[in-house]
Design a protein around this ligand. Structure first.
Ligand SMILES: [Zn+2]
Ligand SMILES: [Zn+2]
Length: 362
């Protein structure tokens, strides 16, 4: 029997070329399916955004169109940060079947492929962050070749969507490929994308404006909203691995970047996140804003989710280093980064057992 995800990774394909890292497939129907899917998603977002620009310049737009944009932006921001990222990739908390389905639909409303594909790719990112095998590093490409800064930023932002490597679902999809809610979301990803980008903005226009607002609201509150936010999600992979500060020595390029963090409701504290990938909130210092983490904590209080993972508390020692609050001796308190293994589907193992990685090129 064909697997439930054979549309993006056919069962019978045996690659002629082997990737140096575990669970990375070179070429074949999976790479073709990936390029086609991302090609459709990205080109509709770009064309729709150009349409939105044209519409804004030639028509009177107002609060109907832009409130749809803001509402949708907040919704897909939560969907990506809490859904695709913290729940399905990192298992930052547990949730029942109804909640899993709701979170999966909310994530896929951002139109960034199925939760299965997104989570598998992102687990591979953490397994090899900025080393050979990383999905979208600004330092080395999908085959482990070092890149210059500008090319690297481009590949990490959008270029990786179209390279010829894919993440093996059987390796990186553990706990997902047999989850009925995940497979339902995977199967219905196109319907969810159309509902989110077209149907919902059209209904919003009818409810708060009238039929004359439908086209503008779909363009601005649907396609442009998706593309605008996509740039921040991809920006965490590109900008968030190059520009910003590093509180922890995570042995990758991950950075804390306050602007990316504000725009992604918390995911831009990306160095914190690589240190503690399973934590439901990436906030370490008091000033770090992580709305998605606060929402997860609120859901926990409401009994909707449980077993919420938390990073340990940190304080600053007199040298200005961030050390674990519990540790009495400063040096002993500098924690080793937690690293997701290649194939455990979210369970961590110590950094010393990590796959070999190469130092990022300057
Ligand atoms: Zn990263
Ligand atoms: Zn992550």
């Amino acid at each position: 029997m064909a697997s439930a995800f054979s549309d993006i990774q056919p069962d019978e394909y045996v690659p002629s070329e082997q990737h140096p890292q575990h669970g990375v497939i070179i070429g074949g129907p999976a790479a073709r399916a990936k390029r086609i899917e991302y090609g459709i998603l990205l080109s509709t977002m770009v064309l729709g955004s150009l349409g939105a620009l044209y519409w804004t310049l030639t028509h009177a737009t107002g609060w109907v169109e832009w409130s749809a944009f803001l509402f949708g932006f907040a919704l897909i921001n939560m969907g990506v940060g809490i859904g695709y990222h913290r729940y399905f990739t990192h298992r930052a908390f547990e949730a029942g079947p109804k909640m899993r389905l709701a979170i999966g639909i909310m994530a896929q409303m951002a139109c960034q492929a199925s939760v299965l594909k997104w989570a598998a790719d992102h687990r591979r990112h953490h397994a090899f962050a900025d080393g050979v095998g990383d999905v979208h590093s600004p330092y080395i490409d999908g085959h482990g070749k070092k890149m210059g800064k500008l090319k690297g930023l481009g590949i990490a932002h959008f270029g990786w969507l179209f390279d010829n490597t894919t993440s093996d679902m059987k390796v990186y999809g553990k706990g997902l490929i047999d989850d009925p809610q995940v497979l339902w979301c995977h199967k219905h990803r196109w319907s969810i994308a159309i509902f989110s980008s077209i149907v919902l903005p059209a209904l919003w226009a009818l409810a708060f404006g009238g039929p004359e607002h439908i086209i503008g609201t779909i363009l601005i509150g649907g396609f442009f909203r998706n593309f605008f936010f996509l740039n921040f999600v991809m920006g965490v992979n590109s900008i968030g691995h190059v520009f910003g500060s590093q509180r922890f020595e995570t042995k990758d390029g991950s950075r804390n970047n306050w602007f990316m963090a504000w725009m992604t409701f918390g995911d831009g504290w990306h160095n914190n996140h690589h240190q503690h990938p399973r934590a439901a909130s990436s906030k370490i210092a008091w000033w770090e804003f992580d709305l998605n983490g606060q929402i997860i904590y609120a859901w926990e209080k409401m009994g909707l989710v449980w077993n919420v993972q938390r990073a340990p508390a940190y304080i600053r020692n007199d040298k200005g280093e961030w050390v674990l609050k519990k540790a009495k001796v400063a040096m002993a308190g500098i924690a080793e980064p937690e690293v997701m293994s290649a194939d455990d589907g979210g369970i961590l193992f110590p950094a010393k057992d990590r796959q070999p990685h190469i130092e990022p090129a300057e």
